[in-house]
Design a protein around this ligand. Sequence first.
Ligand code: NI
Length: 145
Amino acid sequence: MIAKISGLRQTEHANDHEERQMNDVVSPSAVAEKLTDHWSPRVIAEVDNSYVKVAKVKGVLTWHSHDGEDELFFVLKGTLRIEMEDRDVTLNAGELFVVPKGVRHNPVADHECHILLFERKSTAHTGNVVTDKTRSIEEQLGSAR
Ligand code: NI
């Protein structure tokens, strides 16, 4: 069976409630609201070689960097602080920030926060650091169980 989830072809593990057509309208806020695990991004769209993801976050992720990839954070709800070695930035709902490639960063949410991410498909969301918060791309695509 071939189904499409968030515009992505999935050949297995497709759940009926997650099936969408490639040109469906997606509400990032609605998808984020339904997420249950913190720091577990969910892919909601595909743009050429990049993914748009949403995540529900709380607490600290982990210090990491992405050597060849920029990473965009956009806050849907709440407040996110992105710690970097030379400064921190604080993003409120409706604000975005791009962490430049190679810059070490650590996202922190003192209270639960909903974010949208735009990053290259090859980007590992915790960089080359593996922690208990690290999620595989299959998990982020919603196809892992
Ligand atoms: Ni990152």
